[in-house]
Design a protein around this ligand. Structure first.
Ligand code: PEP
Ligand code: MG
Length: 568
């Protein structure tokens, strides 16, 4: 059952708090705890302009020690983290020890700059270069500056900027978090997150979901809440209650515990209370993730993001290397559905051996299936690896292409996949494909809707932009209409249409999706039980009524309210 507070309970709670701030839900869950805030970066006010020549070697040595310490700390945190979190932390650790960056800083020290100023100068030099390169490289500038701030703090003996380690469970408030901060969070101590910026599909939200930390993003008025203030956050409703009354906290937590309890006992398979099947699957990126999905009662894998296996590769992995990775996921589900997505390289998921580095607008560039038009060998070799990995399975894996925008792309992909005995499908994440869903589906055996990109392209709003979070909310009625139209096309043709974007991780929205006629939902493993239990608590008739009500709304908040009024 969902952790969302029913609307009635939410309004009781509003009177039970000195104020309620309403943001965008990102990760469901209800927690009450005092607020903490990140430690700000060290501001260097005065700095000697020139270091005597005799001291320069010591400055250089101090900088290298500090950067090694920071790199080691980030590596340790990477080792404790898993999945996407570990990747972000390892990449930042590599940045802290980057020889090019250290050489640039050394040159500044040789010119007489102190280590702190030299680190800042080297960082700005690289930041300018990355910004000029644009796209993905430009996005790394935040990480670069974050790493530099940590090295500077280490040099000055100041506390490492970023998240303090709280001594008791706390709710972290911030504008938005650096990827390294989000990835290193300890969910036993940071029990909730509220961001004044950020989006539900930003990496902060994705990692918070992976860690199971309730999270609300894009919360106006959060800046006025000081550290130490008692808060209650409801990650499913998107509410932050400031100084809530103890009775309100007790009521909300009791309600939440009851729904958590129901979720904990959910074991699948996915179905509504009146027995309509809706498969509840998991999104994964590796073998351990697939095992975790199985432990969380996922019936199968609805989205295996294969590109995430190879983010650190300079050169294309061989067919054999790829097969090892794919086999690890297939092995977790020997007899169940596993949907592999072919490499979705480009934009927010750079693959050095596949992506185009110099595009001015990578989200609209040569990404996903479009790469195949320029290099069909990449797809051929990946499909060979999938066939090798699936050797001996009773059922052929399902394979889908990302970023399909035309019927011709779907047709050509389906032919290539079928030729190898695999089951072809497409992701629907471009509005053009949703609008022509029936014609697209004619050529393939299934479709899976990627609501993260579908929202980005429908609303013309970068999914990575914290300032545009409200636009990329999956409850945007325009996005939901495209989802409904795609589901209806699937029903007309009798072909399965699932949802594998973050929308599927929202238990209330999952019921609405079922009402549209979606046949499966696929979410992060940590969200699977809550989604399954919520679906099991409602009838298909209620789901259909909620779906119809949502399609009559014109903004996300009314859409949520309309669904909650019917589904509770
Ligand atoms: C999506 O776009 O919704 C999706 C599932 O793909 P990704 O988030 O990997 O782009
Ligand atoms: Mg996508």
């Amino acid at each position: 059952m969902t952790s969302a507070l029913p609307e009635a309970a939410a309004s009781t709670m509003i009177t039970g708090a000195s104020s309620v701030l309403i943001g965008t839900p990102a990760v469901p869950g209800v927690v009450a705890a005092p607020a903490i805030r990140p430690i700000p970066r060290v501001r260097v006010e005065t700095m000697p302009t020139s270091v005597p020549e005799s001291d320069r070697a010591a400055e250089s040595e101090a900088l290298r020690r500090a950067s090694a310490t920071v790199a080691e700390r980030l590596r340790e945190r990477a080792a404790q983290a898993g999945g996407a979190a570990a990747e972000v932390l390892s990449a930042n650790a590599a940045m802290a020890a980057d020889p090019g960056w250290l050489d640039a800083a050394d040159r500044a020290i040789a010119d007489g700059h102190p280590a702190v100023a030299a680190a800042a100068a080297a960082t700005e030099q690289f930041a300018a270069l990355f910004t000029q390169l644009g796209g993905l490289m430009a996005e790394r500038v935040t990480d670069l500056r974050d790493v530099c701030d940590r090295v500077v703090a280490e040099l000055l003996g100041a506390p490492e900027p970023g998240i303090p380690t709280p001594t008791r469970p706390s709710i972290l408030l911030a504008d938005d978090l650096a990827p390294a901060d989000t990835a290193g969070l300890n969910p036993d101590l940071v029990v909730g997150l509220a961001m004044s910026l950020g989006g539900p599909t930003s990496h902060t939200a994705i990692i918070a979901r992976q860690l199971g930390i309730p999270c609300v993003v894009a919360v106006p008025g959060l800046d006025d809440v000081p550290a130490g203030t008692d808060l209650l956050i409801d990650g499913a409703a998107g509410h932050v209650l400031v100084r809530p009354k103890p009775e309100a906290v007790a009521a909300a937590l009791t309600d939440h515990r009851a729904s958590t309890e129901r979720a904990a006992h959910w074991t699948g398979p996915g179905a509504t209370a009146d027995g309509h099947r809706v498969e509840v699957l998991a999104n994964v990126q590796d073998g351990p993730g697939a095992l975790a999905a199985r432990d969380n009662a996922a019936e199968g894998i609805g989205l295996f993001r294969t590109e995430l296996c190879f983010l650190d590769r300079e050169s294309e992995p061989t067919v054999a290397e790829q097969a090892v990775r794919y086999r690890a996921v297939l092995a977790a589900y020997p007899d169940a559905k596993v949907v592999l997505r072919t490499l979705d390289a480009g934009s927010d998921k750079p693959l050095r051996f596949a992506a185009q580095a110099d595009e001015p607008n990578p989200a609209l560039g040569v990404r996903g299936i479009r790469i195949t038009a320029e290099d069909s060998g990449l797809l051929d070799r990946q499909l060979d690896a999938i066939v090798a990995a699936a050797h001996g399975r009773a059922h052929a894996p399902w394979v889908m292409a990302p970023m399909i925008s035309t019927v011709a792309e779907a047709k050509s992909f389906a032919a290539t996949v079928r030729a190898r005995g695999l089951v072809p499908g497409v992701m629907i994440e471009v509005p053009a494909a949703a609008l022509l869903a029936e014609a697209v589906l004619e050529h393939v055996d299934f479709a899976s809707i990627g609501t993260n990109d579908l929202a980005q392209y429908t609303m013309a709003a970068d999914r990575m932009s914290p300032r545009l979070a409200a636009l990329t909310d999956p409850w945007q009625p325009a996005v939901l209409r495209l989802v409904a139209a795609t589901a209806a096309a699937g029903q007309r043709l009798g072909k399965p249409v699932g949802v594998c974007g973050e929308a599927a991780a929202d238990p209330l929205l999952a019921c609405v999706l079922a009402g549209f006629g979606i046949t499966s939902v696929s979410a992060a493993a940590s969200a699977v039980r809550a989604v399954g239990a919520r679906l099991a608590s409602v009838t298909m008739d209620d789901c259909r009524r909620a779906a119809a009500a949502v399609l009559n709304t014109t903004d996300p908040r009314s859409a949520r309210r309309a669904a909650a009024e019917i589904l509770g």
